[in-house]
Each structure stands twice: as C-alpha cells, then as structure tokens.
Design a protein around this ligand. Sequence first.
Ligand code: 6PG
Length: 242
Amino acid sequence: MTADPQVHVLPDADSLADAVADAFIKMATDAIDQRGRFIVSLSGGSTPKRLFRFLATKHKDSIDWSKVMFLFGDERDVPSDHEDSNFRMANETLLTPIGIDQPPIHRWQTELGDRDETARLYDKTIRSLKQPIDLTLLGLGDDCHTASLFPHTDALNESEQLAVANHVPQLGEWRYTMTFAAINASRNVMFLVTGSGKATAVNAVLNGKTDANARPAQAVKPRNGQLFWFIDTAAAAFWEAA
Ligand code: 6PG
C-alpha cells in the first residue's frame, strides 16, 4: 500500500539539507538498531552536495558509518574519477571525509567497457542485499526526470531488471540507472529539490496530469514504503498543497 507522500517545504537550500540530514541520521540509527546496517542509495547531480557535506561534518560522529552500505541510484557513463561522476562527487563530499576504511560502497563499475555487464553486475549487487534499500535519495530534473530515468527513454518501461544502461537521446549519451522496480522497493524514498529552476517541474509532478512517460518522477511510488519530498520555497513557488 503506497502511503501519501509527505511534503516538507523549507526556507532555503541550507535548511533543507539540515532537515534531510536529521531525517537521514534518524533512519540510519533505527535501521542499524533494528537490522545492524543502513542501506542508502545516493543521488547524483549538484543538489545533494550540501547534504553530503553536512553529514560528513555536523554528523560525522552521529552514527557508526561502518554500518552504512552505500549504493548509487544512477551514474554517468564515465570513469569513477571523472568530474561528471556521481561516485566522485559523493566520494569527495561524503565518503572520504567520513574517513571509514573499506566501507561497503558499491559504485557502478563503469570502467568495464561493456554497458550491459556494468548494469548486470549492479542488478546482481542490489539483489544480493536480500532486503529492501532503507533510503533512496533522488533529485528532480527540470524535465521531471529522476535518477537517470529520463522522459520517453527505454528504462522507464523496464519492469524486471533493477539496474540498466539507458540511452538518453536528449543528452546524446548513455547513463546507468536503477529502475522503478528497484526504487519502488525501498523502505523510504526522498526527493531533494531546490531552486526556482525546478518550480515548474515540482508542480507538474505533484499536481500535473499523471503521465510517467513525460514526467518519470510521477512513477516513484514505494510499494511498501514512505515517499518524502523536501523542497525549498523557491522550488515550491508554483506548487499548491492540494
Ligand atoms: C544525475 C542525477 C539526476 C539529478 C537531477 C537533478 O546523475 O544528474 O541523478 O537525476 O538528481 O538531474 O540534478 P541537480 O541536483 O544537479 O539539479
């Protein structure tokens, strides 16, 4: 049963990152207490950088980071040290600063030179967890994409695989992404959206006609989990709570 989304509007990007960090730590504490580990799938792009920095500084000692397993909701088709790599961004802002040796970090092995093999291995990694992801973090593009699930792309229709390579004609490039099958199996999913540039997309996803092919973020509906939206006032400018 999909619970209604919880929408939190925060004044600005810093207060949003603070609120999400607090929620992250609470979820992690509960998961570690109950199951001995916290499985989190990190989002990419620029929005999460503040959150990751807050977690690595204000919350460096809030939890036992060695009990956190890190996954990545999507990745660019670049080496893991490339400036566009989501892994590199998370490594610089969170994983290296929290300074745990050999944490369970599962990045997409983009160096294999075989996109289908990279995706197959990631699918295998997710299935090997034998339990749902505790928290999936997501961003929102101004075209209503999330992860690398872009409008009108093949990955939107994937119902079996949990991880795929996805050609994105609008970018003229390949991406790697968890599918809705993986995302919607999470215990918790959080969208983090800031800035006036996302105001139209936020309103279209939350209030617009349902059309997941055109607005992929609308297909994020955790089957047995809770969906959260954390948006700042700039991104909420056109959205009216129904
Ligand atoms: C990526 C992300 C993507 C991102 C949105 C928002 O690899 O870029 O996974 O889905 O979350 O495009 O990006 P910004 O946070 O940079 O606006």
